[in-house]
Write a protein that binds this ligand. Structure first.
Ligand SMILES: O=c1ccn([C@@H]2O[C@H](COP(=O)(O)OP(=O)(O)O[C@H]3O[C@H](CO)[C@@H](O)[C@H](O)[C@H]3O)[C@@H](O)[C@H]2O)c(=O)[nH]1
Ligand SMILES: O=C(O)[C@H](O)COP(=O)(O)O
Length: 298
């Protein structure tokens, strides 16, 4: 059995447009962005031109500005997205920093039956990512969540990207969640999901949103509810090793919580002591908050 895999060009665009129209489905592209003024404009403008203005595949492009202090909001607006500040969406529900929070909040300001997520920091990518991710959702009713995968060049050459994927997520999956081991890029930021399914999931506010969604989906609905699609190549901006330490902490915290292991996180945060030089650590406070399913607040 395993997790169904496909290639982005297994479907002609016309066939996907016909399937979308037949299903009467609508599509939202959601781009969470924190300080991505340099790249978010191209992500929005290219998808808008190719898949909204030329054909009718995407119904809305929404950027969720995740506490940016640069020109992300204006650049994304100029490029044709509807932009919301994460902290200003449903203020009654409070606000947390983080990518998962931006994605969770997106459910309150979008309406598509199918939601496609894309990172805002993409450098090497193409608009076929979007139809590729929609293919399984538009053609296989049992599929709830579709992950993209790709070759990912790293700073040191081809196929060396994905440090947290290879050093944290994949070992964790092998040890604790082996039903997910067939996923090529479990942490890919490019994925698509049925709105009703995403709204039913518990969502970590930080970088564990991807792993948590996969674990909950496979536990509740099994491997047939997952699919993965080969999108070709994708390159993005690389974080520093110490920042990836925070990402890894969030992913480990979410994974351990899902196998009922108590951790030292208190009040929704873990303090990482990181040593840049000598014995004097920098205290890196890493939030590990989780949001209840959005459907409870819609
Ligand atoms: O607080 C934040 C941090 C990031 N982002 C945005 O989220 C996307 C991905 O963030 P990035 O810092 O580029 O993550 P990566 O280092 O690329 O991490 C990879 O692995 C993560 C862990 O699973 C996934 O969440 C990412 O989507 C995936 O690209 C980008 O558009 C960011 O601007 C936010 O919206 N808010
Ligand atoms: O997916 C990952 O492991 C993180 O995004 C880090 O990727 P990088 O090592 O290519 O920067």
């Amino acid at each position: 059995m395993g997790i169904h895999a496909a290639h982005w060009d297994d479907w002609a665009l016309d066939a996907l447009l016909a399937a979308k129209s037949h299903a009467g489905a609508t599509v939202s592209l959601v781009v969470p962005a924190r300080n991505e003024a340099g790249t978010v404009g191209a992500v929005v403008a290219r998808v808008r031109q190719a898949l909204m203005q030329t054909v009718d595949l995407v119904d809305e492009i929404v950027v969720i500005d995740s506490d940016s202090v640069d020109g992300t909001f204006d650049v994304a607006t100029e490029a044709g997205a509807r932009v919301h500040r994460s902290a200003e969406i449903r203020p009654d529900l409070g606000s947390h920093p983080g990518k998962g929070e931006a994605m969770w909040k997106s459910l309150f300001v979008t309406s598509g039956d199918l939601v496609v997520f894309m990172d805002a920091d993409l450098l090497d990518w193409d608009t076929h990512f979007v139809p590729g991710l929609l293919g399984p959702l538009l053609t296989r009713p049992e599929v709830q969540l579709v992950k993209g995968f790709y070759a990912r060049p790293g700073a040191g050459g081809p196929l060396e990207g994905g440090r947290v994927t290879e050093l944290v997520a994949r070992p964790l999956i092998a040890l604790l969640f082996p039903e997910l081991a067939g996923l090529v890029q479990p942490l890919a930021g490019e994925w698509a999901v049925r709105r009703s399914w995403f709204a039913s999931l518990t969502v970590p506010t930080g970088y564990a949103v991807e792993l948590a969604a996969l674990v909950e989906t496979v536990r509740r609905a099994g491997q047939p509810a997952l699919a993965q699609v080969d999108l070709g190549t994708r390159a993005h901006q690389h974080q520093t090793l110490l920042d990836l330490g925070a990402m890894a902490t969030q992913i480990l915290a979410a994974a351990l919580a899902r196998v009922d292991v108590d951790t030292a996180s208190t009040d929704g945060a873990v303090v990482l002591r990181q040593f840049r030089e000598g014995l004097d650590p920098t205290r890196h406070v890493v939030p590990v908050v989780e949001r209840e399913p959005a459907e409870r607040f819609l």
